[in-house]
Design a protein around this ligand. Structure first.
Ligand code: NDP
Ligand code: 8X3
Length: 250
């Protein structure tokens, strides 16, 4: 059955790769992000290649008015899957050296943005009496590490919200899954390191990190289970990584 899959942060990394795998499997898409040109290019490519319907919504998840008006602008359709993926780390400093602007960006995007989008879509899923919310957490939401402070706090919040959503939505027909990846090579490190490409590349020196496609295949997989099954929480790393602290670098 064709589903409609709403993905935040579809202009890059996990979100873009997830859009590709859902389209390959003939699901229709609602793709969101702040970079309009990237949304348009991806939408054109997927419609042409896979003959699926793609709607793009360009908004910043930190702006609740923009979130609400973008979602209100959709025609009355069923949203089967929401992938709450938009997020970022900004800065890598000890707590005593952190920048307020970085902290606000991470809290506003990773926590408040996820809540704004969820608040706009949950009523539609409640009306349908079905749906699947997939929150992208992180190993940073399972353990705190040096210089991770506020990013780790936001992903711990995603962990708590995923558990809370599952409890509160029990009996409504809405599934809630959290996927917690370890290190994967996307634009993530470049964004975290404020655009320093060389330093970002060096994060992955000496081991093979996961790819965006690896995580996309897992996002897709959790949506393929029978109606009575829900993967609640899934932690995934490359074989070179045991947790936030141990990476086998050669
Ligand atoms: P990328 O930087 O490649 O992609 C991030 C996506 O989020 C982009 O599409 C970006 O779109 C979107 N985004 C960021 N801020 C906003 C905003 N304010 N409003 C709307 N969209 C926004 O990183 P990843 O694909 O790696 O990251 C995706 C998620 O996975 C994040 O939540 C991240 O924390 C998490 N994660 C990443 C890991 C990694 O190692 N890569 C590991 C574990 C979790 P645009 O800029 O166009 O708005
Ligand atoms: C991203 C993975 O290890 O940088 O969430 O925290 S890590």
């Amino acid at each position: 059955m064709n589903k409609t899959v709403f993905i935040t942060g579809a202009t890059s990394g996990f979100g873009k790769a997830a859009a590709e795998i859902f389209a390959e499997n003939k699901h229709n898409l609602i793709l969101t992000g702040r970079r309009q040109e990237r949304l348009e290019a991806l939408s054109n490519e997927l419609q042409l290649k896979h003959k699926v319907e793609v709607t793009t919504l360009c908004f910043d998840v930190r702006d609740n008015d923009a979130v609400v008006s973008a979602i209100d602008s959709l025609p009355k359709i069923k949203i089967d899957v929401l992938v709450n993926n938009a997020g970022l780390a900004s800065g890598l400093n000890k707590i005593q050296d952190g920048l307020l602007s970085d902290w606000e960006k991470m809290i506003d995007t990773n926590v408040k943005g996820l809540l704004y989008v969820s608040k706009a879509i949950i009523p539609l899923m409640l009306e349908q009496q079905s749906g699947h919310i997939i929150n992208i957490g992180s190993t940073a939401g399972k353990e705190a590490y040096e210089k991770g402070n506020v990013y780790c706090a936001t992903k711990h919040a995603v962990d708590a919200l995923s558990k809370s959503m599952r409890i509160d939505l029990l009996g409504t027909g809405i599934k809630v899954s959290q996927i917690c990846p370890g290190a994967a090579e996307t634009e993530f490190s470049e964004v975290r390191l404020h655009g320093d490409k060389e330093k970002a590349k060096s994060v992955y020196n000496g081991y093979e990190p996961m790819s965006a496609q690896d995580i996309a295949s897992i996002i897709y997989y959790v949506t393929t289970l029978p109606d009575n099954l829900c993967i609640n929480d899934l932690v995934v790393t490359s074989v070179s990584q045991a947790n936030s602290f141990y990476i086998n670098r050669t």
